[in-house]
Design a protein around this ligand. Structure first.
Ligand code: GLN
Length: 291
């Protein structure tokens, strides 16, 4: 197949734009880069030169762009997403790691900079992106990732292997299958989207990301209530919890944590200025919480 790279880019971008893809030209470029192993400099220099493209590369490009035009997320097509500067494998069985979630990881790293060797638990670990980036970038003594989905745990396990990070993976519906053990930090980005809101999301999310990673009953709040209630059994006295939230959920989630005795409840904003994380501390021995 002989083609001018610039023509491929323009034709593909136009097709994506017609399908409603939010960043058509960028996505067309990423697919070209991955399928034809093109780099930006060569593209800019040679974009109007007819180029011979191997058949198998062209066929793969056509297949992936057909799927992107159907709004399959780019990360599922390419099989990876960067998070905290690390490369995570993703499939249609895990939530695609979001930049907003980096706020949670950065806050934990900052709070534990001078408290080495803490034991970590990541509830609803999905791809493992939160747990593995904390273990890779911080100084923690151990990490456990729990998820209800066996398929998600397989992806998390593979991510651990690729990043050369040791972690324990447990299949569990929240805390139900966890051995009774104490952790110093519990982190979680649980499903928090209500049924009503789910229908308003982009097709990439609504139709292709796993619903069980997104949807939560009780107006999106069901998992926070259970996390607030059950986590206190697994947190060591003085331990910390960090929950990613939807931007309108700070008051309710803070309320659940207060109800179950947590103190030092903080709401942390993301780079867009939206409430993104609620953090709290379990009272140490002899202290009382906000009950
Ligand atoms: N912990 C993973 C993430 O933050 C998965 C979260 C989920 O599946 N709800 O990306």
């Amino acid at each position: 197949m002989k083609k001018r790279p610039d023509d491929i880019l323009k034709e593909t971008a136009a097709r994506f734009a017609a399908a409603g893809v939010p960043e058509p030209e960028l996505d067309a470029w990423y697919l070209m880069e991955a399928c034809f192993r093109m780099d930006r400099t060569h593209f800019l220099l040679d974009k109007r030169v007819e180029t011979e493209l191997p058949d198998h590369q062209w066929q793969r490009f056509c297949r992936l762009s057909d799927q992107r035009a159907k709004r399959v997320p780019l990360q599922q097509l390419l099989g990876s997403q960067q998070f905290m500067g690390l490369d995570f494998r993703v499939t249609d069985q895990v939530l695609i790691p979001r930049q907003d979630t980096e706020i949670l990881v950065e806050q934990v790293l900052q709070d534990f900079r001078d408290r080495p060797k803490a034991r970590l638990l990541d509830m609803c670990t999905g791809s493992g992106c939160i747990l593995l980036s904390l273990l890779k970038l911080g100084d923690f003594s151990s990490g456990t990732g729990a998820d209800l989905s066996e398929e998600a745990l397989a992806v998390a396990r593979e991510n651990g292997r690729r990043l050369c990070v040791e972690a324990e993976w447990i299949r569990s519906d929240l805390f139900s299958c966890l051995p009774e053990k104490k952790y110093d930090v519990i982190v979680s980005n649980p499903p928090y989207i209500s049924g009503e809101e789910l229908e308003t999301l982009e097709p990439e999310v609504r139709d292709y990301e796993p619903r069980m990673a997104l949807y939560a009953p009780e107006n999106g709040l069901a998992f926070y209530r259970r996390l607030a209630e059950e986590s206190s059994v697994y947190l060591a006295p003085g331990g910390n919890i960090y929950l990613e939230i939807g931007s309108s959920q700070a008051a309710e989630v803070s309320g659940f944590l207060a109800e179950y005795g947590y103190k030092e409840i903080r709401v942390i904003r993301d780079l867009a200025g939206l409430d993104r994380v609620v953090a709290a501390c379990l009272p140490g021995k002899g202290e009382t919480g906000h009950v």
